[in-house]
Ligand binder design. Sequence first.
Ligand SMILES: Nc1nc2c(c(=O)[nH]1)N=C([C@H](O)[C@@H](O)CO)CN2
Length: 117
Amino acid sequence: MDIVFIKQLQVDTVIGVYDWEKTIQQPLFLDLSLTNDQRSAAAADDIKLTLDYAVIAEKVTQLITAQPIELIETVAERVAQMLLAEFATNKVEVTVTKPGAVPKAQTVGVHIVRSRN
Ligand SMILES: Nc1nc2c(c(=O)[nH]1)N=C([C@H](O)[C@@H](O)CO)CN2
């Protein structure tokens, strides 16, 4: 199956479990992968027949920044469920990283795979 992907989408938002994190914005970076079939879009050269990554990026950013969230697990799950509900895909992979959260690590994060029931 084919995939539309977005790598390292930066979303600045209120994220974290500690009190000091609830008053600042921190960057999250997302890698998104949405399975679809691109053959008809390619044959017709028509954006309406595929998944528009610009629209996906905008909706994901709006979802994450709409309200404060504590866990990056929550971010990943909400993004995955939104993508499955609103876009023509049966399987999504979402990676959320939070650089700087562990000073001695390059980055930390979560990766989930979700499919339509
Ligand atoms: N598995 C997780 N562990 C931690 C998270 C998280 O979202 N998922 N968050 C924090 C704090 O917010 C941390 O990032 C502050 O630096 C700690 N562990």
